[in-house]
Write a protein that binds this ligand. Structure first.
Ligand code: ARG
Length: 467
């Protein structure tokens, strides 16, 4: 039996009927639908609508539906079910008879879908937070292993200054930790329960909303029934947070692709995550990285689809809202499948530290440090910059580096140059002068690593508390 056929005289057009169904994708909400239905049934009993025996019958029925779905996914192949709510009602009636129709007393699918989706997003956030903690901790491990080895940092993709490999890896961790924080923030705001909002104006029976919210682990009931049934902000916030995460992964992938090219030679691609060419026998291609970069486009597309679906919708429920489900599922599936692979790749990649270190020593990576040397000796910064620029020009003519210029020639540029200038040009000295919080001086990077580990540990604790 349909959930709404009484006032209709004609059957639905069969093509329309098939086309408007959502059970093909909202079946994945089944366990949330069952949990929310259990809470509603208990509230019905407390409101005196169900007897104690009826409640037991319904709860046992709901439990059986969950067990059957878990035991055999083909149990869900029901061509008649319109959506997950209809499916549960149909199955419940087939298990417990007409009593099953009592479950829907005083509620609407509008509040149910809003509740199921909140539960879905909450669980997805918990899962993704866990994956992010894993990724960050592997990045931190790799940072620790790289110790004081250096590499070039780039601005405009031109060699800029040397940094510790660890400093570069921790930059990526910062991005992912912000993603985790954004998800935690989204979780806080979404954790309120629409149950009892009815179709739009609030339940028609005296249901204890606080009780229902509590039993589903929500912080409390939503404040307004119109908003509760029309709001999908939580889904938008979530998918937008995922877009940012996907963008970060895409930037990460792009850097790794560049650094693994023969021209840079910084990274050895892990074979377990690369593929060959059907034509060129020598090739090893960074497929995982390229797919990560590519999939970020889809996640951005999902976020756009979601926002456009909601734009201009009058309050409260409109069937357009059904269209918010698929992009939501697609975005979270993409991320939770991708993150463990990224973590695996990060664990397996080889750093060619020799080459990185070599690249950190050449190409005037010490020019700013050289100018700083003059500044320390009282030369005004602009003039020091200009003098070192001249020295670089001399080197370019002779194809050498600053440390190869004889002191006499340097002194013709500025009398402030002394023998100790050469010491200040060495990689270790160049790194060491970036001695500010957040800078790449080894002592600062070691502190940053400790702080990062602490943040990861508290992220893990948070995930654990929600488990
Ligand atoms: N399948 C619907 C959705 O996802 C459930 C809510 C249906 N409500 C309604 N009034 N037709 O939005």
């Amino acid at each position: 039996m349909k959930m709404w056929s009484g006032r209709f005289r004609q059957p639905l057009d069969p093509d329309f009927e098939r086309w408007q169904r959502s059970f093909g994708f909202d079946r994945r909400l089944l366990h949330y639908e069952l949990a929310a239905s259990g809470a509603h049934a208990r509230a019905l009993k407390n409101a005196g609508v169900l007897s104690a025996d009826e409640l037991i019958g319904i709860l046992q029925g709901l439990e059986q539906i969950g067990e059957r779905a878990t035991a055999s996914p083909s149990f869900l192949d029901d061509p008649e079910a319109e959506d997950v709510h209809h499916f549960v009602e149909k199955q419940l009636v087939s298990l417990v008879g007409e009593l099953g129709y009592k479950l829907h007393s005083g509620r609407s699918r509008n509040e149910q879908i809003a509740t199921d989706l909140r539960l879905y997003v909450r669980a997805a956030i918990d899962q993704l937070q866990h994956e992010l903690a894993e990724l960050c901790s592997v990045l931190a491990d790799r940072a620790e292993q790289a110790a004081d080895a250096a590499m070039p940092a780039y601005t405009h993709l031109q060699k800029a200054e040397p940094v510790l490999i660890a400093h570069w890896l921790l930059a990526h961790v910062e991005m992912y930790l912000r993603d985790a924080e954004r998800l935690a923030d989204c979780r806080k705001r979404l954790n309120v329960c629409p149950l009892g909002s009815g179709a739009v104006a609030g339940a028609t029976l005296p249901l204890d909303r606080g009780f229902m919210a509590d039993s589903l682990g929500f912080d409390g009931p939503t404040a307004n029934s119109i908003d509760a049934t029309s709001d999908r902000d939580f889904a938008l916030e979530f998918v937008n947070a995922l877009s940012l995460l996907a963008l970060h992964l895409s930037r990460w992938a792009e850097e790794m692709i560049l650094f693994s090219s023969q021209e840079y030679g910084f990274l050895g691609l892990p074979e377990a995550y690369s593929t060959g060419s059907s034509a060129m026998p020598q090739k090893k291609n960074p497929d995982l990285l390229e797919l990560v970069r590519g999939k970020s486009g889809r996640v951005l597309g999902n976020a756009t689809a979601l926002m456009v679906s909601v734009k201009g919708l009058p309050l409260a429920y409109n069937k357009d809202l059904q269209e918010t489900q698929e992009p939501l599922f697609a975005a979270s599936d993409t991320l939770w499948q991708m993150l463990p692979l990224v973590t695996g790749w990060m664990k397996a990649v080889e750093f060619h530290e020799e080459q990185m270190q070599q690249a950190a020593k050449s190409g005037f990576m010490n020019a700013w440090a050289a100018a700083t040397y003059l500044v320390q000796r009282g030369v005004p910064s602009r003039l020091a910059h200009e003098r070192i620029g001249k020295a670089v020009q001399m080197c370019l003519e002779r194809s050498c580096e600053l440390q190869d210029l004889p002191l006499g020639e340097l002194q013709s540029l500025s009398p402030a140059f002394g023998q100790d200038f050469y010491e200040s040009l060495k990689l270790a000295s160049v790194l060491a002068i970036h001695d500010v919080p957040g800078g790449t001086a080894p002592v600062r990077v070691r502190q940053a690593l400790v702080a990062t580990r602490e943040t990861i540990a508290s992220l893990r604790e948070e995930v654990h508390a929600h488990a």
